[in-house]
Design a protein around this ligand. Structure first.
Ligand code: AMP
Ligand code: ZN
Length: 471
């Protein structure tokens, strides 16, 4: 599989450290609000990546953190803790807010067929690990104490900006909201590992540490949680592109300073979902959630289909019109699948040919739009319906678009509608008319047709016989 690696700015052949266990880490949500559909785009594409790896034969161990402390309003270290802001907004405690939005996040994931990682770790559950890592950074001379906080000293690194390919808009995320500069920092990019002195005396969650009562910085969470469960050699680290700087840059700085060698080989970044007005973000306050799509009547899987239609490394513009187009295309696809019938045997060679196209799409830097085209190729292929159904079921283990269950539902719906409109009396009149026609009693045949027309029924003559429908 070829994957674009943000670290090398190239598509690279994916070679795991150990093919028997691919280690994958995902930055989880900051649970101070509902996830918006932009956040969910990132998780959908990461889910397809994980399932592709499994499909290609790699066992995967995936870890996700839940940021329930330490993520300040600016991705730099200023502003208020987002969790505290959420708690105040809703007159609840920080932990109540965390639980509520964590549950809401996984509810959304379930509706979108996003597989829950085997390990999900809230940051507040790993305070000793954070303290341990900060201690090691201080001992190694990579960190310093100033104004009560512990800072990472970026001047100690040979190379700090590991991902140089940011556009201005992405870089601006870290310094949004025009917050004032922290004068404790020795260098502009130094960042907080452990806060004790914060402008916010009412920080709800605080823990004892060798440097005083305080709380961890956001970046240390992901380094320590990843290493706790996945060790010092990570294969893939995922996140939205806005996390490349400063969050992932700082994760690399900390992790590699502690372990003394390269930490993660592949960095997988999903580009943004934008509205017509710009990036969708929680902090802007105006954003769309999965529930808001559902309340407008959209099936969450239509949103997944919409995301899969474009490449993860392109910004995707959300509009209702675009979503309607996706809903239409998805509906047609399901209708076509519903028309397939089993029965004949599956043809292994034909299945293999279909499989190759699909796999080629995944291998080409997770080209999900091509993978969707491969579904249409299946429908057009010259092979038995059973082969097509087998291919679609297999490909859906990666795409998770409910292809066969939705087609089954569609068939059941059509059968229900047919049953609801059945009428034995009309069937009998249609049969009488057919008999009259056969007996060349056209006057009687016309009379019956007119009678039915007066009752709002139209007769349709087909080579297979006469059918009827309500007008
Ligand atoms: P957060 O809950 O803010 O920590 O973000 C959760 C994930 O969503 C992170 O991987 C972010 O990089 C990602 N993300 C944030 N905004 C967007 C967006 N507009 N489009 C795609 N991904 C996003
Ligand atoms: Zn992270």
């Amino acid at each position: 599989m070829y994957l674009y690696n943000s670290l090398s700015h190239k598509k690279e052949l994916f070679v795991p450290n150990n093919p028997d266990l691919v280690k994958m880490y995902t930055c989880g949500p900051t649970v101070y609000h509902y996830a918006h559909i932009g956040n969910l785009r990132s998780y959908i594409m990461e889910d397809v990546l994980e399932k592709s790896l499994r499909y290609l034969g790699y066992p995967v161990r995936r870890v996700m953190n839940i940021t329930d402390v330490g993520h300040l309003s600016s991705d730099g270290d200023t502003g208020e803790d987002k969790m505290l802001k959420g708690a105040r907004r809703e007159h609840k405690t920080v932990m109540e807010i965390a639980q509520m939005y964590t549950d809401a996040f996984f509810d959304d994931c379930a509706k979108l067929n996003i597989r829950k990682p085997e390990i999900v770790q809230p940051a507040t559950g790993c305070i000793p690990e954070f303290i341990d890592m900060v201690g090691k950074l201080l001992d190694g001379g990579y960190a310093y104490l100033a104004g009560g906080n512990v800072y990472f000293d970026t001047s100690k690194l040979e190379k700090y900006y590991v991902f140089t390919e940011h556009d201005e808009e992405d870089l601006a995320v870290g310094v949004r909201e025009g917050v004032e500069e922290d004068t404790n920092k020795r260098n502009k990019n130094d960042f907080v590992l452990w806060f004790t002195k914060s402008k916010f005396e009412d920080q709800a969650l605080k823990w004892e540490s060798p440097w005083g009562v305080g709380y961890p910085g956001w970046h240390i969470e992901c380094s320590a949680i990843s290493m706790k469960y996945l060790g010092e050699d990570l294969d893939i680290h995922c996140g939205g592109i806005d996390n490349a700087f400063p969050h992932h840059t700082n994760e690399i700085a900390q992790s590699e300073s502690v372990i003394g060698h390269k930490w993660c080989n592949y960095w997988f970044h999903v580009h943004h979902l934008n509205t017509e007005g710009g990036k969708m973000s929680k902090s802007k306050g105006e954003f769309l959630t999965l529930s808001s799509l559902e309340s407008r009547g959209y099936d969450p899987i239509v949103y997944r289909f919409f995301c899969l239609q474009s490449h993860y490394r392109r910004n995707l513009v959300f509009s209702w019109e675009n979503l309607d187009n996706a809903a239409l295309a998805y509906g047609k696809l399901i209708e076509k699948i519903a028309a397939l019938r089993g029965g004949e045997p599956c043809q292994p060679e034909a299945l293999e040919a279909l499989r190759q196209r699909f796999t080629a799409a995944l291998n080409a830097d997770l080209n999900t739009s091509l993978a969707i085209t491969a579904l249409y190729d299946v429908l057009k292929a010259k092979c038995s319906d059973a082969t097509k159904l087998a291919a679609l079921a297999e490909f859906d283990t990666v795409l998770s678009l409910n292809l066969l269950p939705a087609a089954e539902k569609q068939r059941e719906k059509a059968a229900r509608e047919a049953a609801a409109s059945a009428d034995p009396e009309i069937d009998a009149l249609v049969a009488d008319r057919a008999a009259a026609k056969k007996a060349k009693n056209f006057a009687e045949a016309d009379r019956i047709r007119d009678e039915l027309k007066a009752r709002g029924i139209e007769i349709i003559d087909t080579p297979q016989g006469s059918k009827w429908r309500r007008l």
